[in-house]
Design a binder for this molecule. Sequence first.
Ligand code: AMP
Length: 368
Amino acid sequence: MRPRALSRIGIVGAGQLGRMMALAAYPLGIRSTFLDRSADAPGGRVAPILVGDLEDPKRLAALAATSDVITFDWENIAAKALAPLGNSALIRPSAAALSVSQDRLLEKALFARLKIPVAPHAAVDSQRGLERAIRRLGSPGVLKTRRLGYDGKGQIVIRSPRQAGDAWLQLGGPGLIYERFQRFSREISIVGARSAAGRTVFYPLCANTHVDGVLRCTVAPYRNDRLERAARTCLAKVMSHLNYCGVLTIEFFVVDGRLIANEMAPRVHNSGHWTIEGCVTSQFENHVRAICNLPLGSTRALGFAAMINFLGNMPPRDPLLRVDGLAYHDYDKSPRPGRKLGHCTIIAARATDRSRGMADALKWIEWT
Ligand code: AMP
């Protein structure tokens, strides 16, 4: 028997990812409610926000009481905060999937167990430990916090063993990981969705450009059949192992033509924003479909796409809207250096037109 279609989602975190999920849910007749610390969060413009701490048991229980299924804009919610909700709403993806993604060391252990290559790495809990890791793995390398690092926050590139003391002072404390620096030719990601019944769909590969750890641009589809097959295999293994439900993303480095998994995100992902205009069904809609027991939609690309993030300030809207094939997204956030405030996507029928559109758009975009 087909499971009952669900019609009320509770989204933990009301950032831009949650907002784009709620926007995708609307035409399906699915209503969203957010939980967020701030009544002004981007999601608040499109659905009600319950205001409170994301791990507050009372607020989470209130969210579960108005929802058939709970999902996440922000994945760093402790499994123990979610445990009491299991009786009132489904939790998709599961707390177990979130837990693995919250810790870079557990994530890498899972990849390795599934025979997905990762960069050589070591757990670091003291300055001595860091010095040992640098001796064993060499430099350059990247020292990262195991938890709560995102967009390049909580990580330092160590170019020589002499930097160990300073790096330790900066990131300090136990709970770090040191990884060998990867001399990649490209960074790519794969986004896919899995239904509760185990059906999977995959989006075309994305080629990503990061600066200082923050995504600036994605170009897709990135056509490389061999890498795409390899990336899909990795994503399918992780999804199946976790009995995953919803959208999952893995980011990879391409090193000597091989994939090295960097990290995964148990949610819709910035490198998949182009799918809103660029695919038959967006990553946001497929996430909603998956968690609400609806059939998954086609991930076929509708053209050549480029997504450019707006970081630190919003570019002028009018000239960008004049760029052929451009869609403009403003998340309604206040400017702050490096903050993701919006993005634009350019869709073209030919790769050359996409490049031209991208160049036209970039004339107006300044990352601050
Ligand atoms: P992360 O927070 O792990 O996604 O890292 C953000 C970005 O930092 C990546 O997209 C890379 O551009 C860079 N980076 C992270 N780890 C490494 C590594 N081991 N080697 C080279 N670059 C890295």
